[in-house]
Design a protein around this ligand. Sequence first.
Ligand SMILES: [Zn+2]
Length: 92
Amino acid sequence: MSALLSPLRADEGAPENAEKEITAALAKLSDADRKLADAQRWCVVEDDNRLGSMGAPLKIMVDGKPVFLCCAGCKKKAAANSAADTGQVGKN
Ligand SMILES: [Zn+2]
């Protein structure tokens, strides 16, 4: 049975490992923050980057609401964005 599975497992392993890393990164947050980051799921600046895929997500406040970013680089981009731009965050 393993002979059939092994060629596929090599490819499928990467996403599984990524999930584990993401789970581990999110575990560094407080319970409340982890739930928010889990619900948000994606970085608001790099919206194809999963929160936690680059370490513990960074929390920033936008219009009084906590918003999570995947990395410090995105924090700079978020700060550079206009308020109108970050207003889209609420739709996510
Ligand atoms: Zn980022």
